[in-house]
Ligand binder design. Structure first.
Ligand code: SF4
Length: 694
């Protein structure tokens, strides 16, 4: 006799929230999930989990899910349910019409970092083989694209250097612009365990986060820098290391170009990069900068972990390169306990980038201009590939407003809510003739869609996710897709409707094609993943069981490259009208724009975003804790409740962005990283005033 709620069987799969990539046993009763149990053999989590992975899966059966395809002629028309065949035929016909009328480059697509590797691979393949252009981008554009650029320039590849286990040998960890306690909680608990064992902690963050100060671990140095001054502060750390002779000459001579180091060292040693000068722009006391630099350079194994507080700036790529310089200068690379580790936000943002979701790169980070690489795909796919980079997301929207970009396929992203300058995104979408949204819910972007293709959850499909340590984890189907088709099948059916002869019968066949064409995945197969549980790329002839630590004997690019990182103040300035700086972040129980977690019981822990404001700034404005306030920038305004706290410094305010009512991106500017267009979400000049509410 089976009691209600008692599981009948279980399936091991991977959490679909953050980049830690925890493994879970989905305990099932028929087609119903009874509970998610963290899997003790999961190499990323070793039996641990957080409140999101453990409890926030109820969105899979939420009443808001759309299960049938829908079409409408105009975005003001009501939706009309259609069959899958009708939906695919309609999209194919519209995309072909648009290309005939406006040219081959008039359509494009966006891959989802929440979908599997196989699914993102198929979307970029559809665009390159079917649309015959390179207009493909992914949400990494708005989060970790500077990581791709910065680590690519300095080390030769866009990926974290270490595995998570490496933290066990770390003596000092430096966390920059990240709050793993909230955003990567299972890995944060491993960091805290190591700190309790004696490792030191340095945190660079404008706010006193849970990572800076918790009951489990406290930072030895907190550098509460003014938002927008990362490059100045990291370069000042390098100044101390160079001028006090704390660099690792043997490592630099062996692994880097010594003359490039000398050039960089002369630059960082200039007086304008000294802690005393940098204190003036960053607000961080010079002695704190000196103490942190000495600690990082001298205590033993030093590891750097960073997040979106590094990348989402006009100098995001420069900061990534400054961090890479710091690790090279101190020899903190190529062994356990050290390294440069971008903490990827979404479950498969690493994988979406690996799979060629950028307009300039084919899978495996190979530039589209490389003839030999293109030939691999041209002979397999039977088409001539465009050798020019395509449009990035912001360029697609610009081109739409200008009238030359008319159609888009958006897989699992809510660009209206998550991308900067909401008004511009809306204008771009409104100017298009065929917007296809492929998602679980009618999200904000779907307000501008002509076709809605229902998506499937991670519980309803097979595939793989790649986590922040390059670990390829299996995603296993635990129930049939409620909409009838897994996401990879939707993209395949659309490709077939456009005349492509795809005939995959299972995602393992897509992975076989990825392995066949991508050297860093050459030995990856579902058989190997079953045998090993998971593997970290590169996984090929040289490393048949994967690569936990990169750059062990040499950098991917050969010699590590030191690059000058000149601090340039952002154009976003405070002034009499907008005297405060707004920065943003996440909390533990919610995930990104909340499309999934807000539709689960996790809302009991967090049901609204609040504006954190220092008591001094609140008093000056007559604001009491819990009052409604009007938050306005040069771009727009919104209303939310105040939370008075000295976790933020005077002059700085902070909010999360999990709830659509907050409309945080109505406030943010359109400034972006100089190299990658990653938006400058983390610095906005604002004014705050009492309000009567929305
Ligand atoms: Fe693990 Fe991240 Fe999922 Fe939490 S949200 S269970 S830390 S993968």
């Amino acid at each position: 006799v089976i009691e209600i709620g008692q599981p009948e069987h279980s399936v091991v799969t991977t959490c679909a929230y953050c980049g830690v990539g925890c493994s879970f046993k989905a305990e099932m009763r028929g087609e119903e999930v009874v509970r998610m149990v963290p899997w003790k053999d999961g190499k990323a989590n070793r039996g641990h989990s957080c409140v999101k992975g453990r409890f926030a899966w109820g969105y899979a059966t939420h009443k808001d899910r759309i299960l049938n395809p829908m079409v409408r002629e105009k975005i003001t028309d009501p939706w009309r349910e259609v069959t899958w065949d009708e939906a695919f035929a309609h999209v194919a016909s519209e995309f072909r019409r648009i290309q005939y009328q406006y040219g081959r480059a008039s359509i494009g697509g966006i891959t989802s970092s929440r979908c599997t590797n196989e699914e993102t691979y198929l979307v970029q393949k559809l665009i390159r083989q079917g649309f015959r252009n390179n207009n493909v981008d992914t949400c990494a554009r708005v989060c970790h694209s500077p990581t791709g650029y910065g680590l690519g320039q300095t080390y030769g590849t866009s990926a974290g250097t270490q595995d998570f286990d490496s933290v066990e040998d770390c003596d000092v960890m430096m966390v920059i612009g990240a709050n793993p306690s909230a955003a990567h909680p299972v890995f944060a608990s491993r960091m805290k365990k190591r700190i309790r064992q004696g490792a030191k902690l340095i945190v660079l963050d404008p706010r006193e986060t849970e990572t800076v100060n918790s009951v489990h671990a406290k930072a030895d140095y907190h550098l509460p820098l003014r938002p927008g001054t990362n490059v100045a502060v990291v370069t000042a750390l390098a100044h101390v290391i160079v001028t006090e002779g704390l660099f690792d000459e043997a490592f630099i001579r062996e692994r880097c170009d010594w003359s490039e180091f000398e050039d960089w060292a002369a630059f960082v040693a200039e007086p304008r990069n000294s802690p005393e000068e940098v204190e003036k722009v960053s607000g961080v006391p010079a002695e704190t900068i000196r103490g942190a630099a000495r600690l990082y350079a001298t205590v033993g194994n030093g590891a750097i972990y960073y997040g979106l507080g590094v990348t989402e700036h006009s100098q995001g790529s420069t900061t990534v390169m400054a961090i890479a310089n710091l690790a090279m200068a101190t020899g903190n690379l190529g062994r356990r306990g050290v390294g440069v580790n971008p903490l990827r936000g979404q479950n498969n943002v690493q994988g979406a980038c690996d799979m060629g979701s950028f307009p300039h790169e084919l899978p495996g980070y190979r530039h589209i201009s490389g003839e030999a690489v293109r030939e691999v795909y041209e002979s397999l796919w039977g088409v001539k590939l465009d050798n020019e980079p395509g449009l990035r997301i912001p360029n697609m929207l610009d081109a739409a407003v200008e009238g030359s970009f008319k159609g888009i396929y958006v897989q699992g992203e809510d660009i209206l809510q998550s991308d900067p300058d909401t008004h511009h995104v809306a204008a771009g979408l409104a100017a298009m003739e065929c917007v296809v949204v492929h998602d679980l819910f009618l999200n904000e972007t779907a307000n501008y869609a002509h076709v809605f293709l229902p998506g499937s959850t991670f519980l309803e499909k097979d595939g793989t996710f790649t986590n922040a340590e390059r670990r390829i984890n299996r995603v296993r189907k635990v129930m049939a897709p409620k909409n009838g088709l897994a996401d990879w099948e939707v993209t395949q059916r659309l490709a077939q409707a456009m005349g492509l002869t795809w005939a995959y019968t299972h995602p393992s066949e897509i992975m076989a094609e990825i392995a066949q064409t991508t050297p860093s995945f050459a030995s990856v197969s579902y058989e190997l993943l079953e045998e090993k549980g998971s593997v970290q790329w590169p996984c090929n002839e040289k490393a048949p069981e994967g690569t936990p630590i990169m750059h062990v004997d040499g950098f991917v690019r050969g010699k590590g490259k030191f690059i000058r990182t000149e601090y340039v103040a952002t154009d976003e300035k405070t002034g009499p009208r907008f005297p405060l700086l707004l920065t943003t972040g996440r909390i533990l129980s919610q995930y990104n724009v909340g499309a999934q977690t807000r539709r689960t019981d996790n809302v009991v822990w967090h049901h609204e975003d609040r504006l954190e404001i220092h008591p001094h700034d609140a008093e000056q404005r007559g604001i009491r804790d819990g009052d409604w306030v009007r938050l306005a920038s040069r771009a727009g305004e919104t209303t939310l409740r105040a939370l008075i706290t000295d976790r933020v410094a005077p002059g700085v305010v902070y909010t999360t962005f999990h709830h659509p009512d907050t409309q945080a991106n109505v406030i943010t500017t359109d400034f972006s990283d100089w190299a990658t267009n990653c938006p400058e979400y983390k610095v906005t000049a604002v004014q705050v005033a009492p309000s009567n509410g929305p």
